[in-house]
Design a protein around this ligand. Structure first.
Ligand code: GTP
Ligand code: MG
Length: 459
């Protein structure tokens, strides 16, 4: 067992309960030095996995808190080692003094993610599930939360293991063939192997396809609001957020710098940027604002182009149309629907031709926003949503998946071309190594370290 680590696992602020956590060889001994159960028996003689009331003492022997301890004997614990949790009153002062007391009694400060890393090293979790722990803690939307919770339950791991085990079968068949080189490979064996490879590739392809959605769910979509000055961009930002985030006035050129906010719209997490109105200007400050607006538009995956439906289109709107033309996804927002519309059929046609989706609304009155929300949902909807927990949200996993797929592709062409079994084995082996990296079977230590550094202390 490893040395004993300790950390505060809850937020360091005033709250109902605050938890100190320990794991390692000495966890029980350290706890017995600082915690005295009310019933007089040492903690090690109390039942495991049960709450035990008692007194928690500081490094100098002073009483810190009346609290509850739970001890779990490894391997039946989160980390697989002996662990002790001290559930104190949620006072930052108690927790800080308590942690010092644990250090004085023989524990050391845990590093970021060190508890979960130990769980991984002790075979309690594979890497996919460990990464789901971070995703769950970081989840900003319910979709992300649900996916992480199911991944934690092993949804992706189970798929990977099934593929890994099929490939192991292929390897063992072919090793047998290599051992008897004079014998012809039975055609039915070739067919069977091709079937297995194609099934495996199908599973991996489906997982990899879900990464597109996974990225949207995990990172959110960069989205810029552009339009000519006074079109109502800042009003739209405020209406969507539900509070007056940006300054709105009837002075054209009110917004100069970009303003960024996160927002859930149509179930999609948008990283929204309100920008300066696009127009030609001599003002040096406004000019920088316009450059920033163009940059935000260029890096956005979704553009909301705002037009004023209560006034004719102008030359500045042409700039907006130009900036929007290259966008991956774009929606025209025809604003000020509370005022009489003045567009000619030609103007309406011009906008309809440039945008696959047009939403008419009033940012000022907050009406028509549902249509925009529906449009965004539709733009990012998936034809075949991945089953719960089987959405890949992780760059590292996606990269290894594509390597595994490429290797399987090569193996299948080798098989069809009648190449020698050892060439095929090399490719299958490479695919298995890539899958092993995903679950952590064959991952390099520096990569594991990097993964666990993303955790918080105490997890
Ligand atoms: N009637 C009406 N007025 C609106 C609506 N949306 C915005 N306005 C008005 O239009 C003016 C400009 O609104 P802003 O939201 O500041 O426009 P903007 O596009 O951010 O303008 P700049 O920051 O100058 O580029 C303000 O007087 C708003 O009250 C709307 O839906 N209806
Ligand atoms: Mg503005």
């Amino acid at each position: 067992m490893a040395d004993t680590i300790a950390a505060v696992s809850t937020l360091l602020g005033r709250s109902a309960i605050g938890i100190l956590r320990m794991s390692g060889e000495e966890a029980l001994a350290v706890a017995e030095r600082v915690f005295r159960p009310d019933n007089g028996r040492p903690l090690g003689q109390q039942p495991t996995h049960k709450l035990v009331n008692g007194c928690f003492y500081g490094a100098d022997g002073a009483l810190l808190d009346q609290c509850v301890a739970v001890w779990c004997r490894g391997p039946r614990s989160y980390t697989g080692e002996d662990t002790v949790e001290l559930q104190c009153h949620g006072s930052p002062t108690v927790l800080a003094a308590g942690l010092r007391s644990l250090f004085a009694a023989g524990a050391r400060q845990a590093l970021r993610g060190e508890f979960t890393k130990r769980a991984f090293l002790n075979g309690k979790l594979d890497l996919v599930r460990a990464e789901a722990v971070i995703d769950l803690i970081d989840a900003e939307t319910e979709e992300m939360m649900a996916n992480a919770a199911h991944q934690l339950g092993g949804a992706v791991s189970a798929r990977m293991e099934a593929v890994y085990s099929d490939l192991t079968d292929v390897m063992s068949h072919f090793h047998a063939v290599i051992d008897y080189p004079d014998e012809e490979i039975e055609p039915f064996l070739l067919e069977q192997v091709d079937g297995t490879l194609s099934r495996s590739a199908g599973t991996l392809e489906r997982l990899l396809r879900s990464f597109e959605r996974g990225r949207v769910v995990r990172e959110g979509v960069p989205c810029a609001i552009i339009g000519r000055p006074n079109a109502g961009k800042s009003s739209l930002l405020n209406a969507l957020l539900g509070y007056e985030r940006a300054i709105v006035t009837d002075v054209a050129g009110t917004t100069r710098d970009t303003i960024e906010e996160k927002l859930l719209l149509g179930g999609v997490l948008l990283r929204l940027t309100d920008t300066a109105g696009l127009r030609g200007t001599e003002d040096p400050v406004e000019r920088i604002g316009v450059e920033r607006a163009r940059a935000a538009a260029a890096s956005a995956r979704l553009l909301l182009a705002v037009f004023d439906g209560s006034a004719p289109l102008t030359a500045d709107d042409e700039r907006v149309l130009e900036a929007a033309a290259a966008a991956e996804k774009r929606v025209a927002v025809v604003n000020k629907a509370d005022l009489p519309g003045v567009w000619t059929p030609a103007e309406r046609e011009r906008i309809a031709a440039a945008f696959p989706t047009v939403c008419t609304l009033s940012a000022k009155e907050g009406t028509g926003l549902e249509a925009l929300s529906g449009a965004v949902a539709a733009l990012f909807a998936e034809a075949e949503p991945a089953p719960l927990g089987e959405m890949i949200t992780n760059e590292r996993q996606a990269e290894a998946l594509s390597r595994a797929l490429e290797a399987l592709g090569r193996a299948r062409s080798a098989l069809r071309a009648g190449i020698t079994p050892d060439a095929l084995l090399t490719d299958v082996e490479e695919a298995m190594a890539a899958l092993g990296e995903i679950t952590g079977r064959t991952v390099r230590e520096d990569i594991t370290n990097r993964i666990f550094e993303r955790f918080c202390v105490g997890k």
